[in-house]
Design a binder for this molecule. Structure first.
Ligand code: TXE
Length: 483
């Protein structure tokens, strides 16, 4: 079956610059979450395919790629980014069909992918070591070197953006990559492999092996010739990935989602805040690691904020990705079951919900967004990542209580503070336990320049920005004794 608007084989692995059949000739179906229909198939990569991909990456790293200058690596990333933009319409369409993202979100993801390439292309030749003042008779300096072969496990919620931040930083520093996209959403990762071929990225530098997590994914994270692992996904899988990394004693970056709070104080400028309170909660149907899933509201404005958010919710439209509504379907029947199951445990009815449009097929995985007020902070809906279009509203009295609630989950990825009081902004930004804190905004539009990562069970290590380049490289100290 040929999938509309693909210009590359979808049911193969991309290894050593070529499209190859998976070793066991097995495939997995591709489902369109908006309709529930099977629209094609991807390769079900195995341990053997991963092994071949790692060998190819090692060959590239030890060969020509290992001698490619930083400026040339940057130029290749520029070429990838430009080609991504040339294919922008097709990539957005494919992502909408594969993930169920409303088209405008899919288009934004394409732009973000190109922006990652642009950012890391420019950064590639600006990373350097230092000289260190030391004893007389010595010259000491540091060299920033690639790890070697890096493994990347990408989830299904933002395939292009997460691939972009991974591959961009890894290649800028001179690593060779093996990427395992999610079994639920591999189409655009395969497209990027073809784009790499089109712009003559040397063979073996980027390898893509689709497949199941417990097969291809586990084979990649436990492969003894991988020098660094980046993983974005769930906490339980992250724990397994970290265990595999520890067995081979290799560094690992884990981004494991969150339960991110926004703190709304009585002096909030509500007109400015409102779009940010709702948007980041329902974007991508709530399947966002940094989803603003808890809104903590000071008692003086609690009623007003609840009412204003409820009004927005009652106007939300949910429907097929291609029709570009506010919210699309969830990725799969499994994800819908999980989200519905959690919402059924809410202590009371939501104060507002969105509307599923009539054109949405009943076979699609649609969930109407729900807004729950007066949520106890320790309730399971207030504590756990739901990964659906659901927000919990929690009242608080004062700063102290707000911080206790905000920091009172196992996660710590993103948070925001809404207040005009400058001293409070500074005070709380220090006290909040999260990898990013936003003041009077949420997410800053994605910001590829802004280091991103978690505290607690949200994970460790930083992606995005310059910080990712430090993570994607290792430091060598050279001490020369010359008297
Ligand atoms: O995650 P998994 P799932 C959270 C979110 C969601 C839940 C379950 O709460 O409801 O996780 O989603 C690969 N070794 N997030 O089941 O299993 C898998 O193939 C190596 C938050 O999809 O963690 C896929 O490529 N890899 C998150 C990736 O891991 C393995 C984004 C994620 O799958 C593996 C996604 C193994 N043993 C889900 N098992 C975020 N932080 O944004 C699976 N994988």
């Amino acid at each position: 079956m040929t999938i509309e608007r693909t210009w590359y084989p979808t049911d193969k692995c991309f290894i050593n610059g070529d499209w190859v059949d998976p070793a066991n000739a097995a495939t997995l179906p591709i489902e369109n979450p908006s309709t529930g229909e099977t629209i094609g198939s991807i390769a079900r990569g195995s341990e053997e395919d991963i092994h071949q991909a790692v060998l190819a990456a090692r060959g590239a790293y030890e060969g020509e790629w290992g001698h490619t200058s930083a400026v040339e690596r940057g130029r290749l990333l520029t070429a990838i980014g430009n080609m991504v933009l040339e294919h922008a319409d097709d990539l957005a369409f494919l992502e909408a069909c594969d993930v169920g993202k409303p088209l405008s979100q899919a288009r934004a993801d394409v732009k973000a992918l190109a922006r990652y390439m642009e950012f890391y292309a420019g950064a590639a030749d600006k990373m350097h070591g230092e000289t260190i003042p030391f004893m007389d008779g010595y010259t000491v300096y540091t060299l920033r070197e690639p790890h070697g072969v890096t493994g990347h496990i990408v989830p299904w919620n933002y395939p292009m953006q997460i691939l972009g931040r991974n591959i961009g930083a890894a290649l800028a520093m001179g690593n060779a990559c093996v990427l395992k996209p999610a079994e639920d959403a591999s189409l655009t990762a395969l497209a990027i492999a073809e784009i790499a071929k089109e712009v003559d990225v040397p063979s073996g530098v980027i390898n893509v092996v689709p497949g199941l997590g417990n097969e291809a994914g586990a084979a990649l994270t436990s492969h003894p010739d991988i020098n660094h692992i980046s993983f974005t996904g769930s906490v339980p899988t992250g724990e397994m990935v970290q265990a595999a990394a520890s067995k081979n004693v290799v560094p690992v970056v884990l981004e494991l989602g969150g339960k991110s709070p926004q703190l709304v104080f009585d002096d909030v400028d509500l007109d400015k805040a409102l779009p940010f309170l709702v948007g980041p909660g329902i974007q991508n149907a709530g399947q966002t690691c940094s989803a603003a899933s808890r809104i903590l509201i000071q008692k003086g404005v609690y009623g007003t904020v609840c009412e204003a958010m409820a009004e927005r919710y009652s106007n939300l439209k949910v429907g097929p990705a291609i029709e570009d509504h506010d919210v699309g379907p969830l990725i799969s029947a499994k994800q819908k079951r999980i989200v519905d199951g959690m919402m059924n445990q809410a202590p009371h009815a939501p104060i507002a919900e969105g509307n599923i449009v009539e054109s949405a097929p009943s076979s699609g995985h649609y969930v109407s967004p729900k807004l729950f007020a007066d949520m106890p902070p320790d309730h399971l809906l207030s504590q756990n990542e739901i990964f659906g279009p659901v927000q919990c509203l929690i009242p608080f009295e004062d700063e102290e209580e707000a911080i206790a609630i905000a920091n009172g989950t196992q996660f710590g990825l993103v948070s925001s503070i809404w207040t005009e009081n400058g001293a409070r902004q500074m005070r709380l930004a220090r006290k909040l336990r999260s990898g990013q804190v936003f003041v009077n905004n949420y997410g800053a539009g994605g910001g590829v320049e802004l280091p991103f990562g978690g505290m607690g069970k949200s994970g460790h290590g930083r992606e995005k920005g310059f910080e990712a380049l430090y993570g994607m490289s290792t430091l060598k100290t050279v001490a020369v004794k010359h008297d």
